[in-house]
Ligand binder design. Structure first.
Ligand SMILES: NC(=O)c1ccc[n+]([C@@H]2O[C@H](COP(=O)([O-])OP(=O)(O)OC[C@H]3O[C@@H](n4cnc5c(N)ncnc54)[C@H](OP(=O)(O)O)[C@@H]3O)[C@@H](O)[C@H]2O)c1
Length: 317
């Protein structure tokens, strides 16, 4: 039984479907799923928005990441029963009691880290890590995260903060606590956010966009006619704006029009193991907003589909 879809469509396209259990294949690790997480990307795949860019084999389970116990691994890479996590194998999903992970992405879950937390690493935490790697943020520089209260944002703020960067999180008022807990200056989202951000923290060295659309475009005007009173001529304003680096997970096309780029995803076991070690040491915490049992997978997806999830939404078996 999977929670998945047999054709592209809206929320009603996804349902519980009886399918044969996935058979272990070369390059895949078969696991007994303990936890999996919901991501906006799952919804884009189900709706058909990613056709051509993303392999789908109907019927396919939703979900791109999971943690659980190894059933079978190629070349005995992991003994059966080992607790691992990783990204779904191409053409397979993870909203299922058993799932196939891409072997090159699979790492052990360290002692003391929950399967729920580990299941959130490949997509949201991994994307945050990759974004920061691409931004080459230096200690003491400022990172602004637009859409800071969700899965990628909460991880990015923590990773940047622990690397010695100043951080600014733009989010709705309901996420003030989670943004501040990650060590960031909170800025309320909505019309006028660039002016508020500028007044609170000046021009950032880098922007990580997790919203896109008009909210991102508004940010590009940062500084043009929004210079706060008393900013002073000492700030080389135009230069600072030109030097600001922009990267977007949500809207790479618009970011490119604005002089920025998308994120280059790594998805390697090496990176995932490093992030899991940060979880184990307490240097990084996954902010889990809501948990749903597998039987409520539709509700879990709806919680993310609304576009205003706080932290991660996790599905457990
Ligand atoms: N390329 C990749 O590999 C990759 C990987 C991961 C994610 N992504 C993309 O990155 C984006 C974010 O992912 P996520 O997992 O962090 O999503 P999420 O957990 O659903 O969080 C999205 C956040 O954006 C906030 N938001 C929505 N509209 C906003 C606005 N106008 N201004 C400020 N904040 C706003 C939401 O909350 P509030 O508005 O309520 O504060 C929410 O906290 C998605 O588009 C996703 O598809 C891409």
């Amino acid at each position: 039984m999977i929670f998945g879809f047999e054709s592209y469509g809206g929320p009603s396209a996804a349902r519980f479907i009886e399918v044969d259990e996935p058979a272990p294949q070369p390059g895949h690790v078969l696991i007994e799923v303990e936890a999996t997480a919901v991501n906006p990307g799952d919804i884009k795949v189900r709706s058909g928005q990613r056709q051509g860019a993303f392999p789908v084999a109907f019927p396919m389970a939703m979900g791109r990441e999971a943690a659980g116990r190894v059933v079978a691994a190629p070349d005995g890479a992991f003994p059966p029963g080992t607790r691992v996590f990783g990204a779904a194998a191409a053409g397979f999903g993870t909203f299922a009691p058993r799932a196939l992970l891409a072997a090159e992405s699979v790492a052990e879950v360290p002692e003391g880290v929950s399967s729920a937390a580990a299941a959130c690493v490949p997509v949201a935490v991994g994307t945050a890590y990759d974004a920061l790697a691409d931004l080459h943020l230096q200690r003491g520089q400022t990172l602004l995260v637009l859409g800071a209260g969700g899965g990628v944002g909460t991880a990015a703020l923590q990773l940047a903060h622990s690397a010695g960067a100043h951080t600014v999180g733009v989010a709705s008022e309901s996420k003030r606590d989670v943004v501040e807990a990650a060590g960031a200056v909170f800025v309320r989202s909505g019309p006028g956010w660039p002016q508020r951000a500028l007044a609170a923290a000046g021009i950032p060295d880098a922007v990580l966009d997790l919203v896109g659309g008009e909210a991102l475009t508004a940010g590009a005007a940062l500084g043009s006619d929004t210079r706060p009173a008393g900013a002073g001529d000492a700030i080389p304003f135009a230069q600072a704006l030109r030097d600001m680096r922009l990267i977007s997970a949500a809207d790479p096309e618009r970011a490119a029009q604005l002089g920025g780029s998308g994120i280059r995803r790594r998805r390697s076991a090496e990176v995932y193991a490093k992030l899991a070690a940060l979880l184990a040491s307490g240097a990084l915490e996954v902010s889990i907003g809501r948990r749903f049992h597998f039987s409520q997978a539709d509700r879990a997806v709806a919680a993310v589909e609304g576009g205003h999830a706080a932290g991660k939404v996790v599905v457990y078996m």
